[in-house]
Design a protein around this ligand. Structure first.
Ligand code: DOR
Length: 444
């Protein structure tokens, strides 16, 4: 008797399983991995020819700002997730600094509702901590579609802020899941604002929001997390000194770096991109960039998040510091990191650890993050040899630009598969946006 057909068959790819890279076929049924191995006799409703391609577990971007609701002129869930799919990303965690900010059950439910029928990839939403919703956080962090709590210790885009030790401690005492933190010290930011107030060269962004601003906040956070016995996740770590501190707190804190902090450096990025290179925390000089790479090599870094933070060209062109901080990145995360693999800065196995296994481990993503029987059939199919130029034209984000315009990379996403559905193939979206909400082990 012939075996039941699969819904989708990925044939002949070099598959990154937990055991290493193997040339095998993958059979998918009902959105899950149903068979791994040589499936030559198998039939399927749809076949993806993966010969000469690598099949990676779906890339999860744990930090994006999709701007919906309220700031849709920069991005929305539809354009943001389209950019993700085109970049080989299968799941995203969206940040709460929207308008209104995602600080309560109603705002979270509204985001989940808006994602229905409009998201190209799977999605979850952070709830933002504020001094006013702290007691509610234990309940909020368990709601469907919630990725956990995000806390801004320093002001960035929007007005979410938990600045002083007492309030940070209270947030850490309320709830159980890992808290994602933007660690810049608000008091020091205010004190040093005179450096840029009234207008300055964007290169002074890294002077205003200096190394000590980041280190002070991270040091405070680690001490408070230790007292509260609460797990924290330090977002977009940008300094050598924080990496030293974080290496001493592996029991409490996990670490994110962004592709832009690993790729761009001061002063060149500010000379070339002006305020388009402005983000929080800032892009810093070569010493810090090298320390971030060392932290990748040493296993201190747990995941790569893009901090996709689109703003329109008009907004970014405002005279600094009126220009908003942030740059898009969800679509370029994988091409940029594959290029680093091609240049020998990290192995493909380590990349998978950072983009799939890491996010699943840190956040307790249910049934995701590895290619294994029974796991969700999320795949980023890539050509490690393809050389392509990243251009503004390729960018699907509503902002329409990328800091990497003109950069030629080696390595490109060829197909994106979300729970067994091919949503991108050869730079084109496929089918309908049917992304769903991610589920988390901690909230069962
Ligand atoms: O540069 C940034 N932009 N850093 C953040 O933390 C927020 C983000 C945004 O939302 O624009």
């Amino acid at each position: 008797m012939a075996a039941a057909p699969f819904d989708l068959l990925l044939r002949g790819g070099i598959v990154a399983t937990a055991g290493g890279c193997e040339e095998i076929d993958i059979g998918v049924r009902d959105g899950r991995i149903a068979a791994l191995g040589s499936l030559r006799q198998a039939t399927a409703a749809e076949t993806l020819d993966c010969r000469d391609l690598h099949v990676l577990p779906g890339v999860v971007d744990t930090q994006v700002h999709f701007r919906e609701p309220g700031l849709e002129h920069k991005e929305d869930i539809s354009t943001g997730t389209a950019a993700a799919a085109l970049g080989g990303v299968t799941a995203v965690f969206d940040m709460p600094n929207t308008k209104p900010p995602t600080t309560g059950a109603a705002e979270l439910a509204e985001k989940c509702r808006r994602a229905g029928g409009r998201a190209w990839v799977d999605i979850a939403f952070y709830v933002g901590a504020t001094p006013d919703n702290i007691e509610d956080l234990p309940r909020l962090e368990r709601l469907p579609g919630c990725a956990g709590v995000k806390m801004f210790m320093g002001s960035s885009t929007g007005d979410l802020l938990v600045a002083d030790d007492a309030a940070v401690a209270k947030v850490l005492e309320n709830g159980k899941r890992r808290v994602a933190v933007h660690a810049e010290d608000e008091a020091r930011l205010r004190q040093r604002y005179t450096i840029v107030a009234g207008g300055a060269d964007p290169i002074l962004h890294a002077e205003w929001r200096d190394v000590e601003t980041a280190v002070t906040a991270t040091r405070r956070l680690l001490a408070l997390a230790e007292s509260a016995s609460r797990r924290v996740h330090v977002l977009h770590v940008s300094t050598a000194e924080e990496m030293t501190l974080l290496a001493e707190h592996r029991d409490l804190a996990t670490v994110e770096v962004t592709p832009q902090h690993l790729t761009l450096q001061a002063p060149d990025c500010y000379t070339e991109l002006d305020s388009f290179a402005q983000m929080n925390p800032p892009i810093r000089d070569a010493r810090h960039r090298e320390a971030l790479w060392q932290a990748v090599a040493d296993g201190i870094v747990d995941c790569i998040g893009s901090d996709h933070a689109p703003h329109t060209r008009e907004e970014k062109k405002k005279p600094y510091p009126e220009s908003p901080s942030g740059m898009p990145g969800v679509q370029t995360l994988l091409p940029i990191m594959l290029d680093h693999v091609a240049r020998g800065r990290l192995s493909l196995q380590r990349l998978v650890d950072l983009t799939s296994a890491g996010p699943a481990r840190l956040f307790g993503l249910a049934g995701r993050g590895r290619i294994a029987l029974g796991y969700a059939a999320d795949f980023s199919v890539v050509d490690l040899k393809q050389r392509r130029m990243i251009t503004h034209r390729w960018i699907a984000s509503r902002c329409g630009w990328t800091p990497f315009d003109g950069m030629t990379v080696t390595g490109w996403p060829i197909a994106t598969v979300v729970r067994g559905r091919v949503v991108m193939r050869e730079d084109a979206l496929q089918g309908e946006p049917r992304g769903g909400l991610l589920r988390f082990l901690d909230t069962y």
